[in-house]
Every structure is written in structure tokens, then in C-alpha cells.
Design a protein around this ligand. Structure first.
Ligand SMILES: [Zn+2]
Length: 284
């Protein structure tokens, strides 16, 4: 027990914790050092505004899923939608925004969430397109992190998405033993709750605009969502394997609807957090 307490004390005393901005909702854990370059942060130059990191899934030699004719790849559709969300957020001027990638490049899953952590992001949204053996499957859905998947489809999705890190049989993910520390477990639990609440807001704001799957919000052990201190969701924007959904996913108007719904959910999320923080201050 003594060793655990000492270890916790060391983490709490780390300089990055002392420098944390006051609006962090959960325990803060210093990001691991990394060699990658951080993307630019767009929007108003006000550090007090929340920062949202949008992650276009896949990229480079990892195309993700493909359309039935093989001509359209998830990595390109996801990037187009991520940019539409970015533009909508920059236009609104209420948050700062960064993309994990703005071109056709490969990033390992840990790198995507570490970009969010190193930028001290307040929210992380990974954008993907779904695919299914049945060409009839349609509609958008959202995933938040759980150790156990909510159903067989979610488990299959997690297996498919997590495979992005295994290239030519070499596992590129850089999990270290620290992910099992008590402090990270506690932070992760709180972060999972905030992520779930945000997923509900996305459902509320997207449902009048686009077609959602009946079981919209699901849970899966997705590596890209495992930042312990950044609320994270993975948005499946529709089925690239369905020709009707594909036509929507590649259209400017559908991308605009997704961007509008996500922007409204983000604004509601941070408005709610401001209210909760004000109430916390009154209670003190
Ligand atoms: Zn994907």
C-alpha cells in the first residue's frame, strides 16, 4: 500500500499537473514524451476557450473500409467530414480546433490520442464510416470506450479498428504498463462518463438532421478512445458499404448536416460544463 501511495504522490506532484488550466474536469496525467509534430490549433487565439481535436480515421497505407465498387475509401471520406466539422467550428468561433491529420498520412492509434493529450484537448472526436457484410446496413452511430463491447457488432468493430496498428504483423501501438495505474483508472472512469454524456448530446443534435441507427450509442474497447483524461467518442457517420449512404457521405450537404449537429452538441457540452463548474464554485 505504501508503494502505491508514494507512486500516486509522485504523479500528483508532476509539473504538468501544477500547470493544468482550471477547467480540467478530471485528474490530469502528464502526456508521455513523443517524437511526433503537433498539428496547428485553429480558431480564436484565446487559450481559455475549449479545444476540440477532430481525428479523421485511417490514412496513408491504411485505407479503412471501401465502397462496394472499391473506388471510395473510408480514409478519404473521413477526412472530408473531419474538415467540414473543423470549418464549422472555426466559423462559430466558440472553440479552438485541431485535426490529427489534414492530409493522406498514416498515424498509429496511440499517436492520435496523444496529439489530443499533448494539446491539452477538452474533447476528442474520431470520424469514421461503417461497413457491414449486408449491403442494407445504414445510418450513423457513436462509440464510447468500454472494456467490454456492448454487442457482437461492437466487438467486431473494435477488432477491425484496432487492427490499424498492426502492420505486416508488427504491433505499432505503444502501450506501457502505466495504463493500469490506479490514478489513470480513476481518471479514465470519469472521462468515460463525460464521453457518454457527450455522445447523448450528439444523438440529440444529429437526430433531426441525419438518419441514425436505432442503437445509436454503443460501447467498445477502441484503442483510439483510450486517452485517460480527454473525453473521446468515435463517430461512425454512415455505411460506406451501402450505396445510398455512400452518396450521402460524399455530398457537401450531408457533411454540412453532420458538421452542424456535431457543432451544436459541442456547444451544448461546454455550456453544460460551464454551468456545472459555476455550481461547484457556489458549493465551495
Ligand atoms: Zn474506421
Amino acid at each position: 500500500m505504501r508503494a502505491i501511495l508514494i507512486a500516486l504522490a509522485c504523479l500528483v506532484a508532476a509539473p504538468a499537473v501544477a500547470a493544468a488550466p482550471p477547467n480540467r474536469a478530471v485528474a490530469d496525467i502528464p502526456p508521455r514524451p513523443s517524437r511526433f509534430r503537433l498539428p496547428p490549433v485553429l480558431g480564436p487565439a484565446k487559450a481559455s476557450l475549449p479545444l476540440v481535436v477532430i481525428d479523421a480515421g485511417h490514412g496513408g497505407h491504411d485505407p479503412g473500409s471501401s465502397s462496394s465498387d472499391g473506388d471510395t475509401h473510408e480514409k478519404d471520406v473521413a477526412l472530408g467530414i473531419a474538415k467540414a466539422i473543423r470549418d464549422e467550428l472555426v466559423e462559430s468561433g466558440k472553440v479552438r480546433v485541431a485535426l490529427t491529420r489534414s492530409d493522406d498520412r498514416f498515424l498509429v492509434l496511440a499517436e492520435r490520442r496523444e496529439i489530443a493529450r499533448r494539446l491539452r484537448a477538452d474533447l476528442f472526436i474520431s470520424v469514421h464510416c461503417d461497413s457491414a457484410p449486408s449491403a442494407n446496413a445504414r445510418g450513423a452511430s457513436i462509440y464510447t470506450l468500454s472494456e467490454t463491447s456492448s454487442d457482437r457488432v461492437s466487438a467486431a468493430l473494435a477488432a477491425r479498428e484496432n487492427k490499424a496498428d498492426v502492420i505486416n504483423g508488427v504491433d505499432l501501438s505503444r502501450e506501457t504498463s502505466d495504463v493500469s495505474s490506479i490514478l489513470i483508472d480513476l481518471a479514465q472512469r470519469e472521462t468515460m462518463n463525460v464521453s457518454s454524456a457527450f455522445a447523448s448530446l450528439v444523438q440529440r443534435e444529429l437526430s433531426p438532421l441525419i438518419s441514425l441507427k436505432p442503437d445509436f450509442h454503443k460501447y467498445a474497447g477502441l484503442m483510439v478512445l483510450k486517452a485517460p483524461d480527454v473525453p473521446s467518442v468515435l463517430l461512425e457517420t454512415g455505411y460506406i458499404s451501402n450505396d445510398d449512404d455512400l452518396a450521402l457521405l460524399t455530398s457537401t450537404s450531408y457533411r454540412g448536416k453532420i458538421a452542424t449537429g456535431v457543432r451544436r452538441a459541442i456547444e451544448a457540452h461546454f455550456a453544460r460544463q460551464r454551468i456545472e463548474r459555476a455550481e461547484d464554485r457556489e458549493d465551495m
